[in-house]
Ligand binder design. Structure first.
Ligand code: ZN
Length: 67
């Protein structure tokens, strides 16, 4: 009997073209998660939290900061 050394896993039938590859990867971009601008000083902070730079939350000073 003839014994064949066959790859037993799925192999792509044909090469994925540059266009197809790029179309697939068009959804792979990462976005900066959960970051908003502080309305007081413009620093990038996490939403619903006191700003670490100016110590303000909803326009009021909550935490004392230097300078
Ligand atoms: Zn701030």
């Amino acid at each position: 009997m003839l014994k064949l050394n066959i790859q037993m896993f799925a192999v792509p039938f044909r090469k994925v073209s540059k266009t197809r590859k790029r179309m697939r990867r068009s959804h792979n971009a990462l976005t900066a998660a959960g970051v908003v601008k502080c309305p007081n000083c413009g620093e990038m902070i996490k939403p619903h939290r006191v700003c670490t730079k100016c110590g303000k939350y909803k326009g009021k000073e909550v935490v004392k900061t230097e300078a």
